[in-house]
Design a protein around this ligand. Structure first.
Ligand code: BTN
Length: 239
């Protein structure tokens, strides 16, 4: 089990920003949480709706295997999905690369960032909509929370501990380079595989069947031409 020191704040700009301050001081093995974020952010610098009721947490870990750090995003999504199943009895699926969905709507996003200071540190930012009851208009059709999905309220602190417990087990696989085991587990929670999707990348849009995830955590699409396309970074839409 990862032994993490908790720092719990009422409000921060972003738990990833706070985590960065600690990492730059050479501190790691931390879990930074906040009841709300004033400038919560997601991938591609999008904003992350961070009102009271959600779980906003960033883990600060010392990184050794830079090539493989994308596994931490997969590990985090699996850990959240398993925690949601075990604690809330809700069916949760992982969507490549960094989302957790309930009934096809996004309940959680992961933002991992590398920080170079005295050492190299990985920030694993986890935003889980727990008791949130509403979202901004721009995302209200795609977002959900555990409360909206179940009609019940949950203890964000209990969920954060369960997520860390599940994350710790998979982190051992990661440290022992058991990458195949992580991919297999990810597949068992996958929302993406087997679906026809559009991958919106910086180099254009690609439509194909999502058929796998490779050893670098890239998504493999089988295009309509039969060609296989490796997607390293993208937004994925089921079509
Ligand atoms: C995404 O879906 O693009 C990722 C969203 C990540 C949100 C979490 S909330 C905790 C941490 N702090 C942030 O500012 N972002 C991450």
């Amino acid at each position: 089990m990862l032994k993490l020191k908790f720092y719990n704040f009422d409000a921060v700009s972003s738990t990833n920003d706070k985590a960065k301050e600690f990492a730059l001081e050479g501190k790691y093995n931390l879990a930074i949480t906040a009841k709300k974020q004033l400038k919560g952010r997601g991938r591609f610098n999008r904003s992350w709706s961070s009102n009271l009721g959600g779980l906003y947490m960033t883990l600060v870990l010392k990184e050794k295997d830079l090539d493989k750090s994308k596994y931490l995003t997969l590990i985090a999504t699996i850990s959240v999905a398993k925690s949601i199943k075990d604690i809330c009895s809700l069916e949760a699926k992982v969507k490549w690369p960094n989302d957790v969905l309930i009934e096809d709507k996004k309940a959680c996003g992961i933002l991992t960032e590398l920080i170079h200071g005295k050492g190299t540190y990985e920030l694993v930012g986890i935003g889980l909509n727990v008791n949130n009851s509403g979202f901004p208009n721009s995302i209200k059709n795609e977002a959900t929370s555990l409360k909206i999905a179940s009609g019940r309220k949950f203890d964000a602190g209990k969920l954060s501990k369960e997520i860390i417990k599940n994350f710790s087990k998979l982190y051992i696989c990661y440290q022992n380079k058991k990458y195949g085991k992580i991919i297999d587990l990810w597949k068992s929670y996958s929302h993406t595989l087997g679906k026809k999707v559009m991958a919106k990348t910086l180099n254009g849009d690609f439509i194909g069947e999502a058929i796998g995830v490779d050893k670098d955590c890239s998504l493999i699409l089988k295009l309509e031409t039969g060609e296989l396309k490796t997607i390293i970074e993208a937004d994925i839409f089921v079509v």
